[in-house]
Design a protein around this ligand. Structure first.
Ligand SMILES: Cc1cc2nc3c(=O)[nH]c(=O)nc-3n(C[C@H](O)[C@H](O)[C@H](O)COP(=O)(O)OP(=O)(O)OC[C@H]3O[C@@H](n4cnc5c(N)ncnc54)[C@H](O)[C@@H]3O)c2cc1C
Length: 233
């Protein structure tokens, strides 16, 4: 099989952050039938297709947090995101991760420039406020220039003979990174609850929403359950 670069998005990727980032579904293990079969495994019976009773069972499992049958479905995603989003993402310990290493390569270096700047929320240090009348063009240019400067400094350190593993320390938090993340459905739902939330930063929330789009065709009745609670999938 021919090798392609990991920075090339998979065919089914969903673009986020104004087209600067993306997430794609690389691989899936199991279907919704796997979940109901796992839940009924003690009866020793296996079904090939879902019927209405299976859908009801699936919704019951989610509603009552019988999470272990959901762990039999596993997803692998390829994620292209800014370093600071990766930092938030990797706090989720139930995922397995692998990432391009800047110790090996300096090709394809890209930096995120927020498509719209938000203001600091006054009563919540962790929150931001979208302001339509915020004239941010000049400030976005400051960010772009700082990103570029960090790359120039990095390159000048490499040219002077500094090793990649130390030189990379000067690269901006806006640097785009690409990683693979693998997670089971139960822990993915937990991630989506936390990260597609108004408490989460807009940037990581974009990825959580994109993941919902990617997995909906694989787990349509799971999506249906959350849609019945008013969520957008
Ligand atoms: C809006 C928001 C703001 C945040 N702000 C901050 C912040 O200011 N500072 C900060 O440090 N973090 C912050 N976090 C990160 C947060 O504290 C969690 O680390 C992150 O959301 C991962 O959640 P988790 O541990 O539930 O997920 P996972 O690591 O995927 O774990 C899933 C579940 O598995 C169980 N589990 C996993 N590992 C263990 C373990 N070792 N022991 C026991 N049970 C375990 C727990 O039940 C856990 O809920 C923030 C998260 C959000 C969503």
């Amino acid at each position: 099989m021919a090798l392609t670069h990991v920075n090339v998005p998979p065919e089914n990727h969903v673009k986020v952050l104004d087209g600067q980032g993306w997430v794609g579904l690389i691989d899936t293990l199991g279907t919704e039938t796997t979940i109901v079969n796992a839940a009924r495994v003690s009866f020793g019976k296996i079904r090939q297709e879902m019927d209405e009773r299976d859908v009801a069972l699936l919704h019951y499992l989610i509603e009552n947090r019988h999470t272990s049958p959901l762990e039999h479905i596993v997803f692998t995603f390829s994620v292209h995101c800014p370093l600071f989003v990766r930092g938030q993402w990797h706090r989720h310990r139930t995922w397995s991760y692998n990432e391009i290493s800047r110790r090996y390569t300096e090709i394809d270096m890209e930096f995120y420039v927020p498509p719209k700047l938000r203001k600091q929320a006054e009563n919540n240090r962790q929150a931001s406020v979208a302001c339509e009348d915020f004239d941010d063009a000049a400030l976005r240019e400051v960010i772009r220039a700082q990103n570029e400067q960090s790359l120039k400094t990095y390159e000048s350190l490499l040219a002077a003979g500094v090793c990649r593993e130390q030189a990379r320390g000067v690269l901006s938090q806006n640097m785009m990174v690409t990683f693979w993340g693998t997670v089971d459905l139960s822990n993915l739902i937990h991630f989506l609850e936390l990260r597609d939330s108004e408490h989460a930063q807009w940037e990581i929330r974009e990825y959580a929403k994109a993941i919902k789009k990617l997995i909906k065709p694989v787990v349509p009745h799971v999506a249906e359950y959350y849609e019945s609670k008013g969520e957008v999938w």
